[in-house]
Design a binder for this molecule. Structure first.
Ligand code: HSE
Length: 436
């Protein structure tokens, strides 16, 4: 059979890794795909990037349209990232009848509904395994491996930069900013690292996972997002003293009232495997009704781990080039006409447990006041630490773990507690999941 010609858009970390993997493993890959996969053209904004991998014999251009419009190219691999110009290029490729492979989580989370509709109209595939959790084949797992299950919840560490920062803070007592700089230097962080530390990148990936897990439309705007910038070494240490680790989790949970979609720092019992995922590694826990809890672990970023997913998608697309488009695995796992509009719950309606840290005046009755307010709101305390006030200080830290409660009710209680004369400043509140 004739080789399949592909075109690459973008020659950054992932683009370079993809060229290297395609070249190094060419024979294994064609044995799997049934045809040779040939890179026909590569477009990169900066031709000096051509040196990051072995581009000898390959045509490298600065014009992305030369790739998208090349009639010999059957599959366009979009590795530019971001919305502009990636979205226009992907739609243009589809308009020209080309299948697309992309690692672009933002593009899929924000514009996936439109892109998949266009692809389906034209009988084309848009594959995006590399968009979530780098080298972990979580899209394939959810879409195919767990297809017999009713997925109950998904909880993932899906941003390596944040996990690296939280790990270094806990293990080495390092401060936030210096670890972030190192993550940038190592190439883990997004071009604008605010996307990492403010939770947006995790929310993009969670949007995709939730859609595939529950058969709901991609709805990034409905995700509650809180990043890790407010996490202090103090809370990391108290969490540890109570037997927990703090991780930035993306959580999608199906409840009787709707779907929870939320990204926030979360205390997890340290005995859970996922609590021990360190550094830039990613891990995703998926609870299916038939299979029970399953855990997927691996490199969530980096050149070759991400290329591993890009190339797997290429093999999938090549294998299905000749198959009937109606009978392919649907983009969002469920048949397009069966995507359901289950409501997404606001964060007030989410039920979870909490870690609270209050700064309280060191005098009799303060703890009783706090306990009374919590009890009146129906909130019970699971654990409590009251530290001695530092010498000369008038206030002392009180750290509490609550049982599960609706966020709305916790907010009502916290408003009353913060209004007490004996409480200084706002309470620190971090959500807690036992992930049982
Ligand atoms: N900035 C992302 C991360 C890269 O740190 O996980 C992979 O999507």
């Amino acid at each position: 059979m004739k080789p399949v010609k592909i075109g690459l858009l973008g020659l950054g970390t992932v683009g370079g890794g993809t060229v290297n993997v395609l070249r190094r493993n060419a024979s294994e890959i064609s044995r799997r795909a049934g045809r040779e996969i040939q890179i026909a053209r590569i477009a990169t904004r900066n031709l000096a990037r051509a040196r990051i991998c072995d581009t000898s014999g390959l045509e490298v251009t600065t014009d992305p349209h030369a790739v998208v419009d090349d009639p010999d190219i059957q599959i366009v691999v979009e590795l530019i990232g971001g919305e502009v110009p990636a979205k226009d290029l992907v739609l243009r490729a589809l308009n020209r009848g080309k299948h697309v492979v992309t690692a672009n989580k933002m593009l899929i989370a924000l514009h996936g509904n439109e892109i998949f509709a266009e692809a389906s109209r034209r009988g084309l595939m848009v594959a995006f395994e590399a968009a979530v959790a780098g080298g972990i084949p979580i899209i394939k797992t959810l879409r195919e491996g767990l297809a017999g299950n009713r997925v109950e919840w998904v909880a993932g560490i899906i941003n390596g930069t944040c996990n690296f920062i939280l790990t270094e803070m806990r293990d080495k007592g390092r401060d936030f900013d210096s670890v972030l700089k190192e993550a940038q230097a190592l190439g883990y962080a997004e071009a604008d690292p605010a996307f990492d530390i403010e939770g947006t990148d995790t929310a993009h990936k969670l949007t995709i996972l939730a859609s595939i897990a529950f058969g709901i439309p991609l709805q990034f705007q409905r995700v509650y997002v809180e990043g890790i910038t407010g996490i202090t070494a103090t809370d990391v240490a108290y969490a540890e003293a109570l037997g927990y680790r703090i991780k930035l989790l993306g959580i999608a949970r199906r409840t009787e009232r709707g779907v929870e979609l939320r990204v926030h720092p979360t205390l997890i019992p340290e005995r859970r495997l996922i609590a021990n995922v360190a550094g830039v590694m990613n891990a995703i826990l998926v609870k299916g009704d038939a299979v029970g809890p399953t855990l997927y672990y691996g490199a969530g970023a980096g050149a070759e781990p991400t290329a591993s997913s890009v190339v797997a998608d290429l093999v999938d697309v090549v294998r299905t080039l000749t198959s009937d488009s109606e009978n392919r695995v649907p983009h969002l796992a469920f048949q397009p006409q069966s995507i359901s509009d289950i409501p997404v719950l606001g964060i007030d309606e989410v039920e979870t447990a909490y870690y609270l840290r209050l700064n309280a005046e060191d005098k009799p009755g303060v703890l009783a006041d706090i306990a009374r307010i919590l009890a009146n709101q129906g909130i019970s305390i699971e654990a409590l630490i009251q530290k001695e006030a530092p010498t000369g200080a008038s206030h002392l830290p009180i750290i509490m773990i609550t049982h599960r409660v609706l966020e709305r009710e916790l907010n009502a209680a916290l408003a009353q507690i913060e209004a007490l004369d004996t409480i200084q400043g706002p309470a620190v509140r971090i959500r807690l999941e036992t992930l049982k």
